[in-house]
Design a protein around this ligand. Structure first.
Ligand code: PAF
Length: 282
């Protein structure tokens, strides 16, 4: 497994590997079983002869003031072990100075999907995500890229990025990995106190209850949102709901007559830790 931390070496790796299918898993490190599943999925897509590249970079541009950039867990040694064990061929783990010149002056802005849900409470977040993902696609020259469905909005926006800027990259969304009690795996779960950790599975339970109600015929998005809100308030009293939203899975706009697939997304703060989850109604 090659570990690369500068652009010059990355470019020569890409030149040497030209013609070999390359599947990228972009991450911010602090890898857990959810990331391991993404790397294994990338391995399958790449096949025996392809390359699996994992980027590990805590992207300062996607953290707002007061967010957890400085305390975001950095566990490179353990991360490299997880990458190796799950079949990665190349790790790109640059420092911020390598990717961002001090006088950088370009930011990529998505102007529709990023205004809602997480984008409404994290202004500038998706500009940071779009900018780094575009840079990684350019740098790694990947053919495919793998993302987790837990970050549903992020995936929808990156799909737009690829479409609107003509990146020649095939995107793959992989199902969320969960703890036994249903909590979506996340690098941020480690911030939860024992009491908050005990309450956090309420997000998944409420989403599943909404899906059951939908399967039983409830089609009113507001009724489903109310059901989820009530359940989270009951089962996770220390949580503070940021949003509960039923949306069109492609446009992320409110559900309309043209909606083919509905996703319900939630974000809940436990202290300063913000957890997200979602469910597709099908
Ligand atoms: O999902 C993440 O971990 C990050 O947002 C990503 C896509 C690696 C960009 O920094």
């Amino acid at each position: 497994m090659n570990v690369i931390n500068n652009i010059r070496q990355l470019r020569s790796w890409s030149t040497i590997n030209k013609g070999t299918r390359c599947v990228l898993v972009p991450t911010m490190g602090a890898l857990h079983e959810g990331h391991a599943a993404l790397i294994r999925a990338a391995r399958e897509i790449a096949g025996q002869n392809g390359n699996v590249a994992v980027s590990i970079f805590v992207n300062p541009l996607q953290f707002g003031p007061g967010e957890d950039f400085s305390k975001y867990p950095r566990t490179l040694i353990e991360d490299l072990g997880i990458c190796r064990d799950n079949g990665a061929d190349m790790i790109f783990a640059p420092k911020a100075e390598e990717l961002y010149p001090t006088d950088r002056s370009i930011l990529l802005q998505e102007t529709s999907l990023s205004q809602l849900l997480c984008g409404a409470s994290r202004p500038g977040h998706f500009e940071g995500v779009c900018t780094i993902v575009a840079k990684l696609f350019n740098l790694v020259q990947c053919d495919d890229a793998v993302f987790g469905k837990k970050d549903y909005q992020q995936f929808a926006i990156i799909r737009r990025l690829v479409r609107d800027l003509d990146f020649n990259v095939v995107l793959h969304a992989i199902d969320t990995m969960r703890e036994e009690d249903g909590l979506a795996m996340s690098s941020r779960n480690r911030y939860l106190s024992p009491e908050e950790r005990a309450e956090a599975p309420a997000l998944r339970a409420a989403l599943v209850a909404a899906r059951t109600s939908w399967k039983n015929g409830e089609r009113d998005p507001k009724a489903l949102e109310r059901l989820i809100t009530q359940q989270i308030q009951e089962k996770a009293p220390s949580g503070r709901i940021d949003y509960v939203a039923a949306a069109d899975a492609t446009t992320l706009q409110p559900v309309s007559a043209t909606t083919e697939l509905v996703v319900i997304a939630v974000a809940v703060f436990f202290g300063t830790t913000r957890l997200i989850d979602n469910i597709e109604l099908k």
